[in-house]
Design a binder for this molecule. Structure first.
Ligand SMILES: [Zn+2]
Ligand SMILES: [Zn+2]
Length: 169
């Protein structure tokens, strides 16, 4: 949805309330694309603070499919999007505000940007997810495999060293 902020500013003090749908299907982030499976319309309040400034507020929870960090299965994650900002139409142009162009607000871009900031760093499908077999790639939550995974891994060796040091203390 594109909203003309200069139009809102014509009547200072006025609050423009709108139900703002999210048209975006996928959230693209760090070269990945995450499907947005639940996207309720966001109730957005745009207040004309003066002839040249607005406040924009809104809040909604979206559900986004993010792969488990261990087994890569999609996990439905609820991600909150809290919008609370002020914009000065005469202010200097801020490159980070990609969602405002020529005093028009692109609500899809605004919501997408906020969602990216709130994405969880690490997602697990369950606390004790067994992950993928490092040899055959099978999802070990579903079935076991016969791979010999007891190959000494240099990274594991480092961890064992740490444990050894602990004991000595
Ligand atoms: Zn998992
Ligand atoms: Zn295997």
């Amino acid at each position: 949805m594109i909203i003309s902020l200069s139009e809102v500013c014509m009547t200072p003090g006025e609050v423009k309330s709108l139900e703002c749908p999210l048209e975006l299907e996928n959230l693209k982030f760090n070269g990945n694309s995450y499907k947005i499976t639940n996207k309720p319309p966001m109730h957005l309040n745009i207040t004309a603070l003066s002839k040249t400034s607005v406040s924009i507020k809104g809040n909604a929870d979206y559900t986004i499919n993010i792969p488990c960090s261990r087994c890569l299965e999609d996990v439905a994650c609820e991600v909150n999007c809290d919008i609370d900002l002020e914009y000065d139409l005469n202010g200097s142009y801020d490159e980070e505000m990609a969602y405002i162009e020529g005093n028009s607000l692109n609500t899809d871009s605004l919501i997408a940007e906020e969602l990216m900031l709130n994405l969880p760093d690490k997602v697990l499908c369950m606390e004790d997810c067994a992950g993928l077999c490092p040899v055959c790639g099978k999802n070990l939550n579903r079935s076991k495999c016969d791979c010999d995974t007891f190959v000494p891994d240099p990274r594991m060796a480092a961890i064992q060293d740490i444990f050894k040091n602990f004991k000595e203390v």
